[in-house]
Design a protein around this ligand. Sequence first.
Ligand code: CA
Length: 650
Amino acid sequence: MYRILLFGLSMFAVSAVSADTVTSPDGRLVVEVSVNGDGAPLYSVMYDGKTFLQPSSLGMVANTGDFSRGLSMSAKSGIKNVSDSYSLPGIKKSHVNYVANEQWFTFAKDSQPVFELQLRVADNDVAFRYRMLPVRDTRSAVIKDEITGFSLPEGTVTFMAPQSKPMGGFARTSPSYETPYGVDEPIGRNGWGEGYTFPCLFKNPEGGWTLISETGVDGAYCGCRLLWDDSAGSYKVGFPQEGEMNGLHSVTPGIPLPGFTPWRIITVGNSLSPIVETTAPFDVVERKYEPSRDYTYGKGTWSWIIGMDGATNFDEQLRYIDFAAAMGYNSVLVDALWDTQIGYDRVEELARYAKSKGVGLYLWYNSNGYWNDAPQGPRGIMDNAIARRREMKWMHDNGIRGIKVDFFGGDKQPMMQLYEDILADANDYGLLVIFHGCTLPRGWERMYPNYAASEAVLASENLHFSQGSCDAEAFNATIHPFVRNTVGSMDFGGSALNKYYNAANAPGGSRRVTSDVFALATAVLFQSPVQHFALAPGNMTDAPAWAIDFMKEVPTLWDETLYVDGYPGKYVILARRHGDMWYIAGVNAQKDPVTVNLPLSMFAPGQAVTVYSDDSSLNGQVKQLKIDKKQRLRISMPCNGGVLIKGNKL
Ligand code: CA
């Protein structure tokens, strides 16, 4: 499709513009690519005739030239249908069929081609990336600024977490994607002055939702953020902050030429379904190496969340191994300071004992290094290949299941390379990897087959640290399934059944204000193929038997995920299927109860289902209820409470 548009009154003071459109396979999502009178490439996104992104900038400023203006579209490919079918055990659905229309556009400056734009348009997802070309005799480039912009319509409201300033927080470890979300805020702000972490969610003034993120980021680029650009009146892609990694290394990425930059992904739709259900971060990336073994996912326990550092001792870890075995869980996470408080010899002994109980161990590591002051050991191992590989060999020989590496140093290119190097080495030794105090995973579930999950969220540790976090637990829980967790596995470490975050489960310190049904519901709402729940051995006797029974059986792998109802910051209800069993889970953060007649077409009319629900005092109960003739079920969730419905699929 080729047409001439007249932009007589445009801010660009342009006379004529050519535009190409790429349409989704179902015809509802339309992306238009054009070049304005200044020779600046632009794109826009429409869905069902509504504008989701107004004409927004494309282009790059590199040390090989300014490729943001003075460009012309010198060539374009035909529109090609691309499809892919893949299985991934660790994401929101076990099998994905991806279909999109793809077109390539070549942009030239002074008649020399400078980059190609690869654009893919699926039914609800736009993905594009740049292929930077050699200019004259250059074979490498430093990207000084990525011009990619996101111009949201006036009246759009935002749901985003600010990027924190560097070298702040605990032991100067920020940014680590652990800031609180703002909801229903107007566009035009810039977080705490440093923009926002991906993904970013927006509500369109005409109705509908937009999710913006990036994927396919590895050591070949830096991790990016979303910045507000006041001069352009729109958001744009931003590079890391100067101060990250203790101020060392450049914020600008380097690439070989020709070379790809990471994918920018935009998911749009009339409801939150396409956002919750998107597989865009995985659709456009490729596996970077083969798995060295079949990896074992599943549930586990960890003492640190209730017992903190002091609990990392031999006897307490033994008790948690017995607890995990009693729950039917297959792992225990041994957290920080095990190197000094337990020692390598006795960890080997723990691993042998755990194995005899059918339990595997995850060991915690500090990523440092020189990029912050986090003091916990083991340190000085994961940051260099020789020590790291020697350590991983020891883990392999002792049957360790995986590692949890904490306290990373931001998003500059060398740090992104460290994530990849840890993953690649761990695969050589058959280890699963969980990251904490870290960046957002960007397609890593598919790229690295031994990648399990990342924190990159204000996670359960904060519930222990402060009553304020406990009081806001429900509010945050209604946001994550719509934002952070939509693009990657989220290691939250929650679902506590203790009333108090201490080993005695007695008054003192933080008090949990959410219900037991809420705890069970978040075990379903928060997706990660490996879950270390914040349960304590005492819960075998001090928590309701039905709650413990559910925590024994809850899956961590899902075949399907569906949005059912909700609004970020208010309440959320999602459905996830494992095999033949559907789990519909919801939590409510609003003062007033949420009462909904839920449409549940996954069940038969008259079918009996198991329903966990709360009364107005947050006392939980379990009942068998029948789905009505119209395949609906009436549920109610009080503030800080939840609901959970379990039944065989139709
Ligand atoms: Ca953390």
